[in-house]
Ligand binder design. Sequence first.
Ligand code: SF4
Length: 158
Amino acid sequence: MTIRLAAPPILNSIVDGEGVRAVVWTQGCLLRCPGCHNPHTHALDGGFETDTERVKFDLRRAKGVRGLTLSGGEPFLQVAACADIARFVRALGWDVWCYTGLLHEQLRADPQSRPLLELIDVLVDGPFILAERDPLLPFRGSRNQRVIRLRETPPVAP
Ligand code: SF4
C-alpha cells in the first residue's frame, strides 16, 4: 500500500511520546497552522511516496523500541496506510501514539477515521495555536492540544 512521507522513519526518538520510539512523518496537512514547526510537511504532493511494506521493513530494524509515533503532516489524511503500519507494530507489542491537528471528537464522529483511531493508544490532538504556545509542555506545542489516552493498557505482545 502506498504512503506519502515527509522523511524516512526515525528509529530512536525520545521527544515524540513516552520512551524510545520510532517516528513516521506523513506528508500533507491542510490546516497550515501559523507557527507550525513542520511547514515542509504541508504540501500534499511534497515529500516522497513509498510503500508501507518498506516502512515496516525499516521499523523491524529498530532496536530497543517499544512504540511508534505517527506524526506529520496529518496522519488522518492517509488513514488506510497509517492503519496498516499501526496494525503491524501493535502485533510486535508496540504502543501507538498519533499527532493530529484535528480534534478527538471530530475523529470519533467520522467513520472514515475509525480504522486508524481504533489502533491508537495515545492521541495528541488539536491544531498548533501560536498564542497558546508553551515550550515547557511535554509532548505538545500549545496549551489547547491534549494528550488523550485512548487505551488503559498497552498492546500485548504475541
Ligand atoms: S496540524 Fe500540525 S502539521 Fe498541520 S499545520 Fe498544524 S501544526 Fe503543522
